[in-house]
Design a protein around this ligand. Structure first.
Ligand SMILES: *[C@@H]1O[C@H](CO)[C@@H](O)[C@H](O)[C@H]1NC(C)=O
Ligand SMILES: *[C@@H]1O[C@H](CO)[C@@H](O)[C@H](O)[C@H]1NC(C)=O
Length: 547
């Protein structure tokens, strides 16, 4: 039941690759900062000493060829230049991973660009915006104390208005200063740890608290501290944390409370939604007009169903391809679809019946059905292979409709290649997979493949790229919850002999050789090998797993 994770990655990748495409626009520039900019070019030999000498460093790990790095490059340089004189304690640095492969590997860099915030040698993922002013603002914020102590109400209200993201406030009346000193301490620690994600304020003066009281229409007095999440411009609708301040519970709560009643999902916000773990209702729109037409409706729905489901708008002119992950037709927009968090099941308003988009009335009853457990998920599957196809192929073609049955035959060893049609490494592997299938008795060793983009099947692990090769040994131990056998992830070399050796040592059957080859060597050799994938992965990774 990992499709949530799968599609999280898919969405992240989609958003990143869209950025690559748009990098050909006017913002296209050089990934490498100009020599006269304030960006410091770091090499392995000076990396550590630079970090110890500078208290706060934003480091971009990049490759000069990467499209999104080219888009970021000029913004990054502008941000560095704007901070140079005003905030000399903040430094921006670049590491070219094509020149500093070891350094990048030691920092676990998997894609380009990766931005990390260093305080000394400890680092955090950078979670801020990616244009010049946004980068500078975010870094300035990170240079301030983790908790901003509020000195008077007006400056708090001003600060609150200028925030771009929801923020956390501790209300700490004097009556609690002694008794709840421990909570205050926890709050400070929490703020230090989570400062890259949230902004933290604290109000410890009674007269400010009593004034704020009237603004938010909540009784904030009393002997206990209170914790709020405030959305900018929505002071009359703050979310209040009930309960003791305990790290995990509070972060979970705050993460949900940060989510607006209706917002757009895009590069900057998708983590917010993924972290909140609730089902996500998507409204795909073509243009600002369509978005505006449903804004009030979804805000109301979002408020009504807080804590149960989040609603987002998605700009189909940019990210429309994401509809495929939701088992919907990207050509028919507006559309409305819901993806569950836990099981990752997908539900959508029938696009044939609503070719010009569902009305708010239709959406309302759809959401009600979903929350009542009455909606039917959309299961994506290719048609079952015909007998003719089965006879012609040595490799067993898996689709959603036969997947459970074939993997459920525990008496056979099953070796599955999960692939995507656009993946170059998958195509390279296809003829070898065919030969492998012909090598063994199909009554004992089933060599199978499945187009994971067309078939919505569960996997025992999160599939992070293609091809992923999973071996299910015959008569292996079965996990009663998932029905999957204990599996082996194949990560060895991808030549025929390597696979044969692996099967002989891992099989639960005798792994008999095939007596008569089932099919002549298929002509898959002719498939063009196309390594031009539109997603950029760190070069060290490319031998495995593309997504
Ligand atoms: C809360 O904790 C912070 C950090 O330790 C401290 O600076 C502040 O004075 C404390 N506030 C009160 C009211 O005790
Ligand atoms: C959508 O509606 C059409 C027409 O009513 C129907 O034929 C089709 O089966 C429906 N699709 C799904 C997935 O239910």
């Amino acid at each position: 039941m990992r499709f949530w994770d799968f599609s999280t990655k898919a969405l992240a990748t989609l958003l990143a690759s869209v950025a690559v495409v748009s990098a050909s626009g006017p913002t296209d520039g050089d990934a490498i900062a100009p020599a006269d900019s304030a960006v410091v070019k770091l090499t392995a030999s000076e990396f550590e000493s630079f970090l110890t000498e500078n208290p706060l460093v934003l480091t971009e790990f990049f490759a000069p060829w990467c499209g999104y790095c080219k888009q970021l490059g000029p913004e990054f340089a502008l941000a560095a230049d704007s901070l140079k004189d005003t905030h000399p304690n903040i430094r921006l640095a670049q590491v070219d991973c094509t020149e500093e492969a070891d350094l990048c590997q030691s920092h676990d860099i998997k894609g380009y660009p990766t931005l990390k915030v260093f305080r000394g040698t400890s680092s955090d993922e950078y979670a801020g915006p990616r244009e010049a002013a946004g980068i500078a603002d975010h870094m300035i914020k990170l240079s301030l104390p983790a908790v901003q102590n509020v000195q008077d109400l007006d400056s708090f209200l001003k600060a609150a208005d200028s925030q771009t993201q929801p923020f956390v406030v501790q209300v700490f009346p004097s009556a609690a200063h002694k008794s709840a000193a421990a909570s205050n301490e926890t709050y400070s620690q929490l703020a230090n740890q989570e400062r890259s994600r949230f902004s933290f304020f604290s109000i410890a003066e009674d007269d400010i608290i009593s004034k704020l009281d009237k603004k938010v229409n909540i009784d904030l007095s009393g002997k206990k501290p209170k914790y709020l999440v405030v959305h900018p411009g929505e002071l009359d609708d703050v979310r209040v944390y009930e309960g003791e301040l305990e790290r995990e519970a509070f972060i979970d709560w705050a993460t949900s409370a940060m989510v607006p009643d209706f917002g757009d999902i895009n590069r900057d916000t998708y983590l917010l939604y993924m972290n909140s773990k609730l089902p996500l209702g998507y409204y795909f729109y073509n243009n600002a007009e369509e978005r505006l037409a449903v804004d009030a409706f979804f805000k109301e729905q979002g408020k009504k169903f807080r804590g149960k489901i989040n609603f987002v708008g998605l700009d189909a002119s940019q990210f429309g391809r994401h509809a495929e992950v939701l088992n919907m037709d990207p050509e028919v927009v507006p559309l409305f679809a819901i993806q569950e968090s836990s099981g990752g099941k997908k539900y959508g308003v029938n696009q044939t019946e609503h070719p010009t988009g569902p009305s708010t009335k239709v959406i309302t009853s759809f959401v009600e059905d979903f929350l009542a457990g009455k909606a039917t998920p959309i299961i994506k599957s290719e048609p079952l292979p015909t007998q003719e196809e089965i006879d012609a192929q040595a490799v067993t073609k898996l689709v959603t409709h036969n997947y459970d049955e074939i993997l459920g035959d525990y008496s056979k060893d099953v070796f599955v290649k999960y692939y995507a049609p656009w993946c170059g490494h998958c195509k390279k592997l296809a003829p070898i997979w065919e030969e492998l299938a012909e090598e063994f008795d199909p009554e004992q060793i089933v060599v199978a493949d499945i187009d994971h983009t067309l078939n919505d099947v569960e996997t025992p692990v999160v599939i992070e790229g293609y091809p992923t090769l999973i071996f299910y040994p015959a008569n292996g131990e079965v996990n009663p919850e998932t029905g999957f056998r204990k599996h082996i992830m194949y990560s060895g070399a991808r030549e025929l002999e390597d696979f044969i050796k692996f099967i002989k040592t891992s099989a639960g059957t005798k792994a008999k050789k095939a007596t008569s080859p089932k099919a002549k060597k298929a002509d898959v050799d002719e498939v063009a090998i196309d390594d031009e994938d539109d997603v950029e992965v760190a070069e060290d990774d490319v031998d495995h797993d593309e997504l």
